[in-house]
Design a protein around this ligand. Structure first.
Ligand code: FES
Length: 158
């Protein structure tokens, strides 16, 4: 008998991130498909860029923000708490942030979050930041591929 019956969330369908994350548990390492969340600054992406488009092996969620400074640390913590294996932030190059210092704020938060993740037993490499600009589409693609490869090596978050 379960003391705490699982309460089904009203919005829980097969297409929700929550559903996808929970159904990954119990899979072996060979079945492992990294679940990666990418917070992309709007100004790092050229029109029509979809770095996740050619990545069938990984479950990639891209969230476009107006500035990396808008990414609240709780979003990242919640991502890991719901079963995401890696989180990446793409931010404008130093001096290029459209809102002056959002990229520096994101960098400081990321360093603190990496320390916190380590305290929780989660490898800090699972959280990564990359400086990018609009004209670096191919770099974005390779950076995301490299990150997914790294997460695949690390395996699922335990
Ligand atoms: S506008 Fe891109 S990091 Fe601020």
């Amino acid at each position: 008998m379960k003391l705490w019956p699982r309460i089904r969330r009203r919005d829980e369908g097969k297409d929700t991130l929550h559903y996808q994350m929970n159904n990954q548990r119990g899979k072996t390492m060979t079945d492992f498909e990294p679940k990666v969340m990418i917070f992309c600054c709007n100004w790092c992406l050229s029109a029509g860029t979809n770095p996740a488009g050619n990545l069938p092996k990984a479950k990639t969620k891209m969230i476009r923000t107006m500035c990396s400074g808008n990414v609240d640390p709780s979003f990242i913590v919640k991502a890991f708490a719901t079963g995401v294996d890696g989180v990446m932030l793409t931010v404008c190059h130093p001096g290029d942030c459209h809102y002056l210092s959002g990229n520096y704020q994101a960098m400081r938060r990321l360093m603190l979050l990496q320390d916190m993740l380590q305290q929780l037993g989660i490898e800090p490499e699972r959280l990564r930041m990359e400086w990018l600009s609009t004209n670096e589409g191919p770099k974005l693609q390779s950076v995301v591929n490299g990150f997914i490869g790294k997460i695949a090596e690390l395996g699922p978050v335990h």
